[in-house]
Write a protein that binds this ligand. Structure first.
Ligand SMILES: [Cu+2]
Length: 208
């Protein structure tokens, strides 16, 4: 799963971002707990009446901590916004296939450039940038493909775009991520990735 995920461009970026935050989170926990345990041990109650060591420790420590924190936060912000713009702007727009997605209570309608229209099953060619133009015909929905780590709101009167590329054939789940009524949990679609030849056969065939 993980190796497949890294072959998917959008999921690869998502996972690298996840890994950075995971490593930094664990690192922060290790540092914080080390300092905590060290201080608990160092300042434990002793049977002496000697005054506590309360010396001024200087200002270098806080300056270093603030500098490292700033550096890490700016690095994360830079990397995170980079990832967001990568997910937002489809690369290779010219060779991309544009498909319209219309959400409704409760399902998805996919309309292809040749007018072909399919319910709940999105069929795409492998190794091709797919750009989805997403809207809704009734209430708010949200279109997402969890394996590809892509998601966009489906809002009536608005068009949101989303792109993805599947490196190989396979079948994946499409879900609605916005509570949209009693049928919300059944608002599941299928993404079918075919190789380019198979896709052309299917695409030219007219029906589904
Ligand atoms: Cu929905």
């Amino acid at each position: 799963m993980q190796s497949f995920a890294l072959e998917v461009p959008t999921a690869g970026v998502w996972w690298s971002l996840f890994d950075i935050y995971l490593v930094l989170g664990v690192l922060t926990a290790v540092v914080v707990f080390s300092i905590l345990i060290y201080n608990v041990w160092k300042y434990r109650e002793k049977n002496t009446s000697a005054p506590r060591d309360n010396k001024d420790r200087g200002k270098l420590g806080p300056v270093i901590i603030a500098s490292v924190t700033l550096f890490v936060l700016f690095g994360l912000a830079y990397y995170t916004f980079g990832a967001i713009s990568y997910m937002t702007i489809p690369p290779n727009q010219n060779g991309a296939m544009q498909i319209k997605v219309t959400a409704f209570q409760w399902g998805w309608n996919f309309t292809y450039p040749n007018g072909k229209s399919v319910l709940n099953e999105l069929t795409v060619p492998a190794n091709t940038t797919i750009v989805l133009n997403i809207t809704s015909r009734d209430v708010f929905h949200s279109f997402g493909i969890p394996d590809f780590k892509v998601k966009a709101d489906a809002i009536p009167g608005r068009h949101n775009t989303l792109w993805f590329l599947a490196p190989q054939q396979g079948t994946f789940v499409i879900r609605c991520y916005e509570l949209c009524g009693v049928g919300h949990s059944y608002m599941v679609g299928t993404l079918r990735v075919l190789d380019k030849q198979q896709f052309q056969q299917w695409y030219g065939a007219g029906g589904s």
